[in-house]
Design a protein around this ligand. Structure first.
Ligand code: GTP
Length: 989
């Protein structure tokens, strides 16, 4: 709904009717509608909803005129509902209600309701829908509750509390449409479920039966389970919707225009009921405790909050108030009792959105307090008390925070009104709105202020193995597989050289700057105990910028080889590698490298490693440490042997006789070949032609190439292959699965894409998160600056590495906003985005697509290209500093000594000698006498040889005068300086 209007198709969707049906209803109501995309006003929509409740396509088809008449007839019923409202005030009625409530325990059983509703439709099949429509009284006859309802319809005004109870019950039982004298109403409900009036009747019957017998309606009523489909189709949610309409809307429909207000009151009453019943819903759905909190808020009279929550379903929200006004204490008590039993049915009857339900639940619990409203002032006080009490009662003792969350989410977690959170932050100088995302520290601050302890379990290490690749079916077909080994270690400790040496090839050559920047996977054949064996190596980069990639490497690895240079020792990334290996719970073998170097000291390395918890075997520990020289190829055999031995102990196995699954090691877009991904098969066998899903990407494998560049048809467990045929570039680190059915594979990919989209949205929200350190005061004063970036890199791993490094840059004054970060060329689209958002495009190891350079020139977009990450980071830091306001600093010009004082008129001029630097007319000066500064101000006149001079340099004499200072003395020192603006650098926190 926009601007108070709603389109026909939106309405039809909401009411679960056909567009045509809605148009029919509009026609009945004389609302001009041309097509399904026509809009009508909210008030018109309300009228349509009212009619829709009772609307049946069947009836509609017969004639629209009848409907009009019917709607008039319905108007007669509305008064019934109104009457219920009045009944509430009658003490007698209340008693009756109590009695009723007690006597109808069946209704109270919340669990039954859900079952009933869904099952109801089928039962109805046994009954002729037409009959129902034509003779609503029959329905009433079936149930006691329905009877009372029918009585109401006959004499609405005189309706008693019994009737009210009966109505409530009806509401509870979704179908029981005795109230609806018009068959249409019933049919409407039915329609929502299955669009078949017959089903509606069944439902009502079933519900009735259930309420009486306390059994599941399904069994008894299922005389004709003819259309199980219908049953399946009308899932619970649908059922919920129709009920709402029944409760409130039928009445509205019936009421003549001039009675609309009264109808609203009625609705309000109904809402009250609902709120009271909500507690039961909790039992049924038992979803989010936070919602309860919201409900409390609502009770407190925070209408706004409610309204905000349910813009679409505003009706429900308004209702609470009127109820309060009309409520009588006694009645409330009685009604509460009754509500317990009827709550469930009501909830079913109500279509309200989940949010509304949530909010209402708590309301139900506190409904008793409402009567106090009779005295507005007393009510205010009681509200506050109640609110405090509620908050105290419901605020959890401890919450668990794992990351950023919105104000609303925090409110849910804390069972505290959003407004309280916003207020609390406001007083701390942080202005937020309800949808804004708070970072963990801010959220913790809020929670702790409310006395709620915060637990922040450490984020699961990225290196932790996430998925078990084997499942039960594989156990019978397990065969040993080669170990997947990750080589880790500090930069330049010789990882690539080691692998290179093992492979007897020159992988290190050709890497930009000699730094490994991509993850690679290679297999080597070795001979062990006379048998040929294989080891698959993952080569991960050593620079700390690639932490994420290394972590990923660990996640798929079986054994970690930690390379430590014997001449350098344990370094930061050595420690990091150890922690990754520990997180992944993989065995670790240390290769003490560069032992050929004269300064190599393996024992020192062992000592340092011992301090990290890795005690060498020859020192009594359990860590295998092998001294090697990667460069000279010394002792590599022993290292390989150790790897094989460890893998044997690990009994690494997989089932090659199944569809493959594994992990995307790397992926990029190749200009000629399309998306290319390196996959590590961890179970099963991957084959050309397989339908594969990697993350959210679907593909049919066109070709596979192994690490030696050979085309292969199949890849068995532990082997890494580069594949072609994916639709898009998957994310490195994504797991992949092969599906026998291409259709299923596509569906899985689509579903994954949906999930990823959601999480990306959340990330986008988080990128604008409120952080205590960066926002607070600055944000409010508009001082926070942003540097927008678009990052394109050769591969996903580089993207992650750069993003990780960017996060390390101080952002307390200038915040980096990465609008887009993806692997691939810099395209014209990127340029457009940059132009629209004032972003700079950063390309790393990537090229410009044709046309993008020209587009950038035309748009004035800055594209920076790099192949060394340090340079990239330096430049970005420079750009960020460029965004800082320059600071005004004092720049010394020179020093002048006063050697004589000349009185001129009323003033005086100093005869000076420039000792150093220079002095400039109109510059700033500071006059020092001894250690004291006696004047600071402008140097107004500067003369050289009685002539005005602009500047006098060191070694020359000059006359200096100031309009505001004449108290010169010989020996005074004048420090000449000027204020200049200087570019600032980012302060590192
Ligand atoms: N003397 C000697 N030098 C070695 C040995 N292993 C590697 N180096 C040298 O150490 C330097 C770094 O080697 P790399 O293999 O590139 O180191 P890396 O750990 O892969 O470096 P990144 O890929 O940048 O993390 C090179 O100059 C190698 O020649 C060795 O066993 N002995």
């Amino acid at each position: 709904m926009n601007n108070g209007k709603i389109r026909i198709y939106e309405l039809s969707k909401e009411l679960n009717l056909e567009n045509k049906d809605i148009k029919d209803i509009c026609e009945q109501l004389n609302i001009a509608v041309k097509s399904h995309s026509s809009t009508i006003t909210d008030s018109q929509a309300e009228r349509v909803r009212a009619i829709a409740v009772k609307y049946t396509p069947e009836t509609a088809a017969k004639n629209s005129v009848k409907h009009q008449n019917n709607s008039r007839n319905k108007g007669k019923r509305k008064p019934q509902i109104l009457a219920i409202h009045h009944r509430n005030n009658s003490p007698e009625a209340k008693k009756k209600i109590q009695t009723e409530a007690n006597s109808t325990p069946t209704l109270a059983g919340p669990p039954k309701l859900p079952t009933q509703t869904p099952s109801a439709p089928p039962k109805k099949t046994s009954v002729s829908p037409k009959a129902q429509l034509a003779a609503p009284p029959k329905v009433t006859a079936k149930t006691s509750s329905s009877q009372s309802i029918s009585a109401d319809s006959s004499a609405p005004e005189s309706s008693s509390s019994e009737k009210a109870v009966a109505e409530t019950k009806q509401l509870v039982a979704p179908p029981p449409r005795p109230q609806l004298s018009k068959p249409a109403a019933k049919s409407n409900k039915v329609l929502q479920l299955s669009k078949k009036p017959a089903k509606v009747e069944n439902r009502s019957k079933s519900t009735e039966t259930t309420s009486q017998e306390g059994k599941s309606p399904d069994k008894g009523n299922f005389a004709a389970p003819k259309k199980p489909k219908t049953l399946a189709a009308p899932p619970l949610p649908k059922l919920q919707k129709p009920p709402k309409i029944q409760n409130s809307e039928p009445e509205q429909e019936v009421l003549p225009d001039d009675q609309e207000d009264a109808a609203i009151l009625d609705n309000d009453e109904i809402d009250l009921d609902v709120s009271k019943r909500k507690p039961k819903k909790e039992k049924l759905k038992r979803p989010n405790p936070p919602r309860k909190v919201k409900a409390k808020t609502w009770e407190d009279g925070d209408e706004d909050t409610l309204e905000q929550k349910n813009k679409a379903g505003t009706k429900g929200k308004r209702r609470p108030k009127p109820i309060v006004d009309d409520d009588d204490d006694e009645f409330d008590t009685a009604f509460e009792t009754a509500a317990t039993s009827t709550a469930i049915s009501l909830s079913i009857a109500r279509p309200p959105k989940p949010q509304a339900l949530q909010t209402q639940k708590p309301a139900a619990a506190t409904a008793k307090k409402k009567p106090k409203k009779s005295s507005p002032r007393a009510e205010k006080t009681s509200k506050a008390e109640r609110r405090n009490r509620q908050v105290e009662e419901t605020t959890p003792e401890m919450i668990e925070l794992t990351g950023s969350l919105t104000v609303r989410e925090l409110s849910d977690l804390l069972n505290t009104p959003e407004t309280d959170i916003i207020r609390s932050l406001f007083f701390k100088g942080i202005a937020v709105n309800i949808t804004q995302t708070l970072d963990l520290d801010t959220a913790r601050l809020v929670a702790e202020e409310l006395g709620v302890a915060v637990d922040t379990p450490e984020a699961k290490s990225a290196a932790t193995k996430e998925t078990e690749m084997l499942n039960e079916e594989d156990l019978d077909n397990l065969v040993l597989r080669p170990p997947v080994v990750t080589i880790m270690g500090h930069v330049d400790h010789g990882k690539t050289t080691l692998l290179d040496s093992i492979r007897k090839s020159k992988v290190a050559q050709g890497e930009a700057g000699g730094i490994t920047q991509h993850i690679g996977a290679y297999h080597v054949d070795i001979e062990h105990e006379g048998k040929e064996q294989q080891i698959v190596f993952l080569d991960t980069p050593g620079h700390e910028a690639f932490t994420a990639m290394r972590a990923r490497g660990t996640r798929v690895t079986d054994i970690a080889v930690l390379v430590v240079a014997a001449d350098d020792g344990v370094q930061p990334q050595t420690k990091e590698a150890i922690s990754h290996a520990k997180a992944a719970e993989v065995p670790l073998i240390v290769a003490i490298n560069k032992v050929d170097k004269p300064e190599a000291n393996p024992d020192r390395i062992k000592q340092e490693l011992t301090e990290q918890g890795l005690v060498p075997e020859d020192w009594g520990g359990d860590t295998t440490m092998v001294p090697v020289s990667a460069l000279k190829g010394e002792n590599l055999d022993e290292l390989l042997e150790m790897i094989v031995l460890v893998s044997e102990i690990e009994e690494l196995s997989a089932n090659p006789n199944r569809t493959a699954k594994g992990t995307v090691i790397e992926a990029h877009l190749d200009r000629t070949r399309g998306p290319v991904a390196t996959l590590l098969v961890q179970n099963g066998t991957l084959r050309v032609g397989d339908s594969i899903v990697a993350g959210s990407v679907f593909g049919k494998i066109r070709a596979m190439v192994d690490d030696r560049g050979h085309k292969v048809e199949a890849a068995s467990p532990s082997f890494a292959v580069e594949i072609l045929g994916l639709g898009e570039v998957p994310e490195a680190g994504d797991e992949f699965d092969v599906y026998l059915s291409e259709k299923e594979a596509r569906a899985v990919a689509d579903a994954n894409a949906e999930i990823q989209r959601d999480s990306r949205l959340q990330q986008a929200m988080s990128s604008r998160r409120v952080s205590l350190s960066t926002l607070s005061a600055q944000a409010q004063e508009g001082e926070l600056k942003e540097l927008n970036l678009i990052l394109k890199a050769d591969v996903q791993g580089s993207v992650e590495a750069i993003l990780g490094s960017l996060q390390q840059l101080p952002q307390n004054e200038v915040q980096i906003r990465v609008l887009l970060a993806s692997p691939g060329e810099v395209t014209e689209t990127d340029v457009d985005l940059a132009a629209a958002s004032g972003a700079v495009i950063i390309g790393f190891n990537t090229t410009l697509a044709s046309g993008s350079r020209q587009a950038a020139d035309n748009e004035g977009v800055d594209i920076r290209q790099y192949n060394i990450i340090y340079k990239l980071l330096d430049d970005i830091q420079g750009a960020m500093e460029g965004l800082l306001d320059p600071e005004e600093v004092e720049e010394a010009l020179g020093q002048v000594e006063v050697r004589a004082v000349f009185n001129v008129g009323r003033g005086a001029v100093a005869g000076c000698y420039v000792q150093s630097g220079k002095v400039i007319r109109n510059c700033q000066m500071r006059v020092r006498r001894g250690n004291k500064v006696i004047y600071e101000g402008n140097l107004d006149s500067l003369k050289r040889m009685k002539e005005d001079s602009r500047e006098v340099s060191a070694g020359y004499e000059c006359g200096i005068g100031s309009a505001k200072f004449n108290d010169w003395q010989e020996g005074d020192i004048i420090e000449a300086y000027e204020m200049v603006f200087k570019r600032r650098t980012l302060a590192t926190k």
